[in-house]
Design a protein. Structure first.
Length: 400
């Protein structure tokens, strides 16, 4: 559902066309923003900027002319110094064009915009916008939608009848600095439509359990939910990614109890909670028969919760994507704790709906949206920031 129209998806679960032509659910007007680019590429950047301003109107997003910041060279220090010099309290967004992708340059810019002087930023590699007109239009549409998300906008929603519900996604990143063993992205919903999100990074310091920092993030997410809605959620669904079979008992016996202990920090608060482990790297494959002979990939939304599932666990397999080549890999969902009183088919339907709400892709994805958001947040932090992003960005999808 968009701002003014409902759209039915086809059997491929792809709504790219309406996403680029319908008015978004919530648009953020971009009045003051920077466009930073190598000066010799001015014509390419100007063409992209004018096209973005034109097509954004159809999506209900108003974009004013940016403040242009042409650079004499493409050194990381030049990008850093010029952006820093032009930043002020009015700047809503920084759009940065790189001549080519460079980890050093990207890290310097992202640290500046996420940690030092918090402002949503959009990095674009030059070859992405140096395209023929028809291709550039498609690219510009997707970048405009991404910019709207990073500023707190919302693109589309589904009908989710459950009220006073919070959905949480957790994913872990392991390639980190020596001062901490790993970190986790923690993302939780803030509204009934599950289109607004609170984001927090949890660092597992040396000699400390990751659960300790997850508790802090969970408490902060509940306080943020209460601040936005003036009440706390009645039902909480936690999708926990990055867990192997050998770690299931750790999540079930230790993590769940630690998360539940957070409720004691709020007076007379006893919500229902369901914790679900999401496994996507599995060897299981599922086929469907056509005319009792040919084997095909199952359609998106296909569920298998018998025969091949565990006799000791509450688990199911969900195919959420349409695959054009090869064999689709289902996602394995294992419910390690549940007092939500949801029937299995309700839980399965909710899990499938959550795969529709990842705003960086106009189609269904392999895991629930909060898991993918948590993955993106953890990867950006572990790979480039190595520090917690500013709390002023916590209610925006700045890491898309």
């Amino acid at each position: 559902m968009f701002a003014k129209r409902e759209v039915e998806t086809d059997n491929k679960c792809d709504w790219t066309k309406p996403a680029c032509n319908e008015e978004v659910l919530k648009a953020v007007e971009i009045k003051h923003w920077l466009m930073v680019y190598p000066s010799q590429k001015e014509q390419i950047v100007e063409k992209f900027t004018m096209l973005s301003m034109e097509i954004s109107k159809r999506m209900g997003i108003k974009i004013a002319m940016p403040t242009c910041v042409p650079l004499g060279n493409d050194k990381a220090d030049t990008y850093y110094n010029e952006i820093k010099k032009n930043l002020n309290d009015n700047i809503q967004m920084v759009c940065i064009v790189f001549p080519m992708l460079s980890d050093a340059r990207y890290q310097r810019v992202k640290k500046l915009c996420c940690v030092e002087y918090p402002v949503p930023s959009q990095v674009i590699v030059l070859k992405t916008i140096n395209k023929a007109d028809n291709v550039l239009r498609t690219v510009a549409q997707k970048i405009v939608l991404q910019m709207n998300c990073k500023l707190g906008g919302e693109l589309w929603r589904l009908v989710i009848p459950i009220k006073k519900m919070m959905v949480v996604g957790i994913d872990v990143y392991h390639k980190t600095e020596k001062k901490y063993k790993s970190l986790a992205g923690f993302v939780s919903s803030l509204n009934n439509d599950q289109t607004r999100w609170f984001s927090k990074v949890c660092f597992q310091m040396v000699g400390q359990e990751l659960t300790d920092s997850l508790k802090v993030a969970f408490q902060q997410s509940l306080r943020k939910y209460q601040e936005v809605n003036n009440f706390l959620p009645d039902k909480i669904f936690v999708y926990r990614d990055g867990v192997s079979d050998g770690q299931l008992s750790v999540v079930a016996d230790h993590e769940v109890e630690q998360l539940k202990s957070v409720f004691d920090m709020f007076p007379d608060y006893k919500p229902q909670i369901c914790v679900i482990v999401v496994q996507k790297r599995i060897s299981t494959r599922i086929f469907t028969h056509v005319n009792n002979r040919d084997q095909m990939n199952p359609a998106p939304g296909a569920i298998l919760d018998h025969s091949i599932t565990s006799k000791d666990l509450f688990d199911f397999y969900l195919v959420s994507q349409h695959v054009t080549q090869g064999t689709v890999t289902p996602t394995h969902y294992i419910v390690v704790y549940d007092d939500s009183n949801f029937k299995p088919d309700q839980l399965q339907r909710l899990s499938y709906k959550m795969t529709h709400l990842y705003f960086n892709w106009s189609g269904t994805i392999k895991v629930p949206a909060p898991c993918q958001y948590a993955h993106k947040l953890a990867f950006l932090t572990g790979q480039y920031l190595q520090d917690d992003a500013s709390s002023t960005l916590s209610d925006r999808l700045f890491y898309l």
